[in-house]
Unconditional design. Structure first.
Length: 386
């Protein structure tokens, strides 16, 4: 397999439309890296530049320490799995998987061995003589993956391969792709807009917004220590709650308060928050760190009324608002057994050690980001006004 390096990669379309700006990413040999972000953030464009389907405007792209900017796709030794499967409808599954090898003049016995091996890995042996129209969406996707496997490429590229599948099949297929990565020990680059796919599949996640890489790190690193408000809100399901607040001192304690809440900051955060450039902050609380308060608890309290309760069996998602017009959606993840109902008022208490704080103007995290974070353009990425 191979290491892939993006060095100051940019893509600028006609009319000075900047799709990707100053992207710097190192994808180690045999690593599974997921590019994730909203539609139009530049993730698919980045993948297509790696594949050679888009010309690089500036910067260097290295595969296995070889500069490949001007190499055509066929010479990069990569294999790509597309969103729409891209199977030949008039060919059987076997011929779809063998087609690329036949073009390369691979001997027939070697072709057969590779196709049979890939079919066995993907459990599609019984479909080899069928045409794509006789397959389900999940089976077609397995064929598309098999066509990539038989080539023995240095790098596998996946462009939102599960977006056309139903929810249950998506869960099954992402598990299968993760198993495939472990089995093949391959370098894989995966693009998706689904942060759940990113969290569950990737060794490393690259979060993008407006053509800029916002943060790079392991799933748990991004979840626990987002570098800015955008990453905090994009990673995690249900998403992080955000409250507008203001820092102030009271009786030797540092408080943050706003509409319907007053929190006493945790000691581990106090020194850092005291150096904040402005007293105006955004308080971020994940749903699992916001629980219903007992009658005896009252130091850090959020008062709200319940608007929706989603019963999920083992747990429930409780939506609430601090405002009478119900325009706000705060979320608490609570145990399935509870005595609250829609329309009732409730008191919630945050786990203050897990509360995150962001500058109200720039959106950047006020507490130090922990771990091996690499930014494509740290100054520009962190200056986004969220």
């Amino acid at each position: 397999m191979a290491k892939v390096e993006l060095k100051n990669i940019e893509k600028i379309y006609e009319g000075n439309v900047r799709a990707v700006s100053n992207a710097n990413v190192v994808i180690e040999d045999r690593e599974f890296v997921v590019f994730v972000g909203p539609s139009g953030c530049g993730k698919s464009t980045t993948l297509r530049m790696i594949a050679g389907l888009e010309e690089i405007s500036s910067g260097d792209l290295m595969i296995d320490e070889v500069l490949v900017n001007n190499l055509p796709p066929k010479d990069r030794n990569i294999a790509m799995v597309f969103q729409n499967y891209a199977l030949y409808p008039h060919m059987s599954v076997y011929e779809n998987m063998a087609f690329g090898l036949r073009i390369r003049k691979i001997p027939n016995d070697e072709i057969d061995r590779r196709v049979q091996d890939a079919a066995r890995i993907l459990s599609i042996q019984e479909y080899l003589r069928r045409k794509p129209r006789a397959l389900s969406g999940g089976q077609r996707q397995r064929v598309a993956v098999g066509r990539a496997i038989v080539r023995n490429p240095k790098v596998f590229l996946f462009d939102e391969p599960l977006s056309n599948l139903d929810a249950k099949l998506r869960v099954q297929m992402r598990t299968e792709i993760a198993k495939l990565h472990n089995r093949l020990n391959a370098t894989m680059i995966y693009v998706t807009h689904d942060q759940v796919e990113a969290m569950t599949m990737g060794d490393k996640i690259v979060v993008m917004k407006d053509g800029l890489i916002q943060q790079i790190g392991s799933p748990l690193l991004l979840y626990d220590h987002p570098c800015n408000r955008f990453v905090a809100g994009f990673i995690g399901s249900p998403p992080m709650n955000f409250l507008e607040g203001r820092l102030r001192e009271e009786d030797g304690s540092l408080l943050v308060e706003g509409e319907g809440f007053k929190f006493v900051t945790a000691d581990i955060h106090r020194d850092d928050l005291g150096k904040a450039p402005s007293p105006n902050v955004i308080v971020g609380i994940r749903p699992e760190h916001l629980r219903i308060a007992g009658s005896e608890e009252g130091e850090s309290i959020l008062n709200a009324h319940i608007t929706v309760i989603e019963e999920l069996g083992a747990e429930a998602h409780m939506y609430m608002s601090r405002r009478a017009d119900d325009t706000e959606n705060l979320i608490s993840r609570v145990e399935q057994r509870h005595d609250y109902h829609i329309g009732e008022s409730a008191r919630f208490i945050p786990d203050m050690e897990h509360v995150r704080y962001f500058d109200a103007d720039s959106g950047r995290a006020l507490l130090g980001v922990i771990g091996p974070i690499r930014m494509s353009s740290r100054r520009s990425a962190l200056s986004q006004d969220e």
